[in-house]
Design a protein around this ligand. Structure first.
Ligand code: FAD
Ligand code: AMP
Length: 480
């Protein structure tokens, strides 16, 4: 087979592998370069951060630990007597590894089925749409392409006061591999990853303290939702301290001594393990030759337009290495858009309709604008909320914390924001995404029939509440 391709993708995470499959489906001769090597030192690993050390393994642990917590604390109130509930951490990890293996192996199968050539090695973009691949033995080979899609993803941010040592001070990847439950666990950063990983170990009995530098909790989340979530997390025993900036971490006698500053001044804390989850950075190490023609922005992301085109002709970039939320589904949507555009079609990612989820318990999920954003923009809007405490199915499921909140334009009634904190929020938010994609009004949802009894009835009631017409809760607004 010749070494010239219609499309070469660098990176086989959810941005890259999806772009490669779509390009091949569209009849383009496609190769995907991925450098990840398995522990055997030989085989290639596909799937990127998401499948190997991100979305999938974290959810595997979150699901198990949620069940464990329910069995330990909630079953009795439901009449289930499970007297000796215990956790086998090794088995939990084995199961997680099995799920990861199944999914990453599945991508290799999909590449084969769709005719994507998989190339194992580190890809570097040269001038003129050429890609140089260095294999694990250091041998290089150069390939040519009509189009190159860069999808090299991101890596955890490491900060000078707390360098990772792989044992006591770890990143998110290390936190997915603990072999036993730490007694005292410190987490730096109350972002999505810090909250999810803190929850995993807290549910298994770790005493968890999360230090967050910013004064407000989850500032990107609608604050009514964030406050409700914070109340529930604190009730579960997560010690979340906002306005606390970590300034140093030192390992002494198998303990991590952490210094931080809060409004009261300098503080100290001791932990058995410390997870540093202060964000992720775009990963472009060794990716671009000096004359590649691709430029980075001031924060190190590859500079692209709204169609993911870089400044070099025929070179595109998708996923965590470009602006926008660092989310797997955003990366995949961009991958599909780029493949379609290369094939001559004209799709566009709707960046206003990308859902966000925090997979804690309760889950937090949203799409569109928060009340704070709309206020700052001077928009006139109406709000409808409905608490799960008034939802029969939530009561039956023993999960009554939280609410659905819908924000609609005061003039047009179009849904501008859809926010959920509560059971199955990650699934419920899809209803808001679909409604917003279709340009729905709150009334459209209010006039829709929802099955009873379901958690989704809370969406119906929140939509009714936008105009003051909720049935199963007292309305804040009067119906006009
Ligand atoms: P990546 O998945 O990072 O893939 C990039 C790939 O490129 C890697 O395999 C890398 O080895 C390869 N590569 C890099 N450079 C080169 C090169 N020069 N040559 C060859 N190969 C190269 N997102 C969600 O949407 N939902 C979640 O629940 C979620 N949970 C997460 C939990 C954790 C703990 C973490 C860390 C992340 C989570 N994310 C989640 C984020 C999600 O993983 C990323 O947004 C997503 O993986 C980005 O996809 P990507 O394709 O851009 O990059
Ligand atoms: P995210 O970007 O969503 O992954 O969240 C990372 C969080 O870490 C942000 O909310 C930051 O404010 C927080 N953070 C960054 N540096 C520090 C620090 N030194 N101490 C405490 N929190 C921090």
């Amino acid at each position: 087979m010749s070494d010239k391709y219609d499309v070469i993708v660098i990176g086989a995470g959810p941005g890259g592998y999806v772009a490669a499959i779509k390009a091949a489906q569209l009849g383009l001769k496609t190769a995907c370069v991925e450098s990840w090597t398995a522990e055997d030192g030989k085989s290639q690993v596909l799937g990127g951060t998401c499948l190997n050390v991100g979305c999938i393994p974290s959810k595997a642990l979150l699901e198990v630990t949620h069940k464990f917590e329910e069995a330990s604390h909630d079953y009795e109130s439901m009449g289930i007597l499970a007297k000796s509930v215990d956790i086998d951490v090794a088995k939990m990890m084995e199961r997680k590894a099995g799920i990861v293996k199944q999914l990453t192996g599945g991508i290799a199968g999909l590449f084969k089925a769709n005719g994507v050539t998989s190339i194992h090695g580190h890809g570097k973009l040269l001038n003129g749409r050429k890609v140089e691949v260095t294999d694990k033995d250091g041998k290089t080979k150069t390939y040519e392409a009509e189009n190159v899609i860069l999808a090299s993803g991101s890596k955890p941010v490491e900060i000078p006061p707390a360098p990772f040592d792989g044992e006591y001070i770890v990143d998110s990847e290390g936190a997915l591999e603990f072999t036993e439950v730490p007694k005292r666990l410190g987490v730096i950063g109350a972002g999505v990853i810090g909250l999810e990983l803190g929850s995993v170990w807290a549910r298994l009995g770790a005493e968890v303290t999360i230090l967050e530098a910013q004064d407000s909790f989850l500032p990107v989340v609608d604050q009514q939702i964030a406050k409700d979530a914070l109340k529930q997390f604190k009730k579960q025993g997560l010690n979340i301290i906002t306005g606390a900036r970590m300034t140093g971490a030192e390992v002494k006698r198998k303990l991590v001594n952490v210094s931080y500053e809060d409004s009261k001044g300098k503080q100290e804390a001791k932990f058995d393990k410390l997870i540093v989850a202060v964000g992720r950075r775009p990963y472009t190490d060794g990716l671009l030759a000096e004359d590649s023609g691709v430029n980075l922005d001031e924060r190190g992301f590859i500079f692209v337009d709204d169609k993911c085109k870089t400044e070099a002709p025929g070179v595109w970039a998708v996923g965590d290495i470009v602006r926008g939320p660092m989310l797997a589904h955003k990366a995949s949507e961009e991958g599909v858009m780029v493949a379609e555009r290369i094939a001559g079609h004209k799709p566009q990612v709707n960046y206003d309709c990308i859902p966000n989820v925090i997979y804690t318990a309760p889950e937090v999920a949203w799409v569109g604008k928060t009340e704070e954003q709309l206020k700052a923009e001077g928009e006139d809007y109406n709000v409808g909320t409905f608490p799960f405490a008034a939802n029969g199915r939530a009561m039956a499921a023993n999960a009554t914390g939280g609410m659905v909140k819908i924000i609609a334009d005061a003039k047009t009634d179009r849904i501008l924001g859809f926010h959920v904190v509560g059971p199955q929020a990650s699934e419920i938010v899809a209803q808001g995404v679909i409604a917003m994609e279709f340009g729905s009004t709150a009334e459209d949802l209010a006039l829709t029939c929802f099955a009873h009894p379901t958690l989704s009835e809370s969406v119906h009631e929140a939509a009714l509440a936008v105009a003051g017409g909720a049935i199963h809760v007292a309305n804040r607004r009067k119906k006009k």
